[in-house]
Design a protein around this ligand. Structure first.
Ligand code: NCD
Length: 393
């Protein structure tokens, strides 16, 4: 897109070089790529999300949280459909007292009068203190972050950009909530006063289960080609030592994992394998029985070409469906995640799985609210105030 031409040189750089542009010392200035979510930062955000969650259990805690960022305003610019990301960001803002406003249909903004998207973003930055954006165009959030950096370097008004899904590229805040869910699942910390944590209970039945994200096998299933949540989560998990990533999808070029993603994951030293059925085996063992966590996704049919439509009619999609028989083959502790929405027609996770104790997807969506609130506290440099509130309880 011509509007992005001025950033072409910056866009071309390797990802590792780019990351520096979105940091300010130890802190994030913008969140554009999942690779910014390092294990250390995730640990910090996890603790903050837990504090927000605990504080919000009482009316007093809620009222204190509402003061924390009451002087801030957020713009939610979502020109692509969204339910969970939009609502959980809005709820996160409300928890922290951040006032928010939204543009969801650019036809109702001056884009309808041929205003450029970049002008719209710069205008939002005049009125708001953070821009949370989801757009169909890849690279758009990244370019907005470069624009904000340029303004900052000239000591002009500049605000943080949060990428809430950019085309088929990346979805880093989904990776954040997925990681928060996995970290909680594989942790001994979460005993509610009298109740033992689920992890400790499961560990007594399966002693091979160890805490943490490292040294585990993660299985991803569905649309590996177009699902931005899979890419973002895989880049994040890939930073931990000794992880095995199993990708299950039809072996169609639209649907299987792309070469570039595989290259980046190999560079992280992740052990990656691809399969075309959930019933496949690896080293003589069913892959489903080897997975420590299973991440399901839907087939993103809205992006199909006419050729895809015709090719897909010949694919047996039941191979990518997690029915109760397949769930029965999984480890007793392995959580089932899904970014949602799930496809109610294809049924990659039928509702018959919902009551299984491993079905984590509704909790995962709620975790998005706490994790996104923690991200906002971090971006606005209010972590110390949050610690004080939490410790003073
Ligand atoms: C996903 C997305 O938009 O990338 N949804 C979400 O944010 N939870 C996944 C999808 O649309 O399938």
């Amino acid at each position: 897109m011509s509007e992005f031409a001025q950033f072409a040189d910056r866009l071309k750089r390797p990802i590792d070089v780019k990351l520096h542009d979105f940091q300010r010392n130890e802190r994030l200035r913008h969140l554009i790529f999942a690779s910014q979510l390092t294990p250390q930062l995730l640990e910090k955000l996890r603790r903050m999300a837990d504090m927000i969650r605990q504080l919000s259990r009482t009316k007093e805690g809620n009222l204190q949280l509402k003061q924390l960022l009451a002087h801030r305003r957020a713009m939610l610019y979502f020109s692509q459909p969204s339910t969970r990301t939009f609502l959980s960001f809005m709820a996160a803002c409300q928890i922290l007292g951040i006032t928010c406003n939204e543009v969801r249909d650019p036809k109702t903004s001056s884009e309808a009068k041929r205003e450029s998207k970049m002008d719209s973003i710069r205008m939002f930055s005049s009125y708001f203190d953070v821009i949370i954006m989801r757009t169909p165009e890849p690279n758009f959030a990244e370019c907005c972050a470069y624009l904000m950096n340029e303004l900052e370097s000239r000591e002009m008004r500049s605000v943080p950009i949060i990428n809430a899904g950019s085309g088929s590229d990346e979805h880093p805040t989904q990776a954040l909530l997925d990681m928060y869910t996995l970290m909680r699942t594989f942790s001994t910390d979460y005993s509610r006063e009298s109740k033992q944590s689920r992890f400790v209970e499961l560990q007594s039945q399966t002693p091979e289960l160890k805490p943490g994200i490292a040294n585990k096998t993660y299985l991803f299933c569905g649309d590996m080609g177009r699902g931005r949540t899979v890419r973002s989560l895989a880049y994040t998990i890939g930073q931990y030592p000794n992880v095995r990533l199993l990708f299950v999808s039809p072996s169609h070029e639209t649907l299987r994992l792309d070469e570039q993603t595989k290259k980046r994951l190999r560079a992280l030293r992740a052990d990656i394998h691809e399969f075309d059925s959930l019933d496949a085996q690896l080293e003589g063992q069913p892959i489903l029985a080897q997975a420590d966590a299973v991440y399901m996704t839907r087939i993103q049919r809205e992006h199909n070409s006419t050729q895809d439509d015709s090719d897909f009619s010949k694919i047996d999609f039941s191979q990518y469906q997690l029915n109760p028989e397949r769930v029965a083959r999984m480890k007793i502790y392995a959580p089932i995640l899904h970014p949602f929405p799930r496809d109610s027609v294809m049924g990659e996770i039928p509702t018959s799985v919902d009551m299984d104790s491993r079905a984590m997807y509704f909790r995962q969506a709620r975790n998005g609210m706490w994790a996104r609130a923690a991200l906002l506290v971090h971006l606005f440099d209010a972590a110390d105030e949050l610690f004080m509130l939490h410790n003073g309880r």
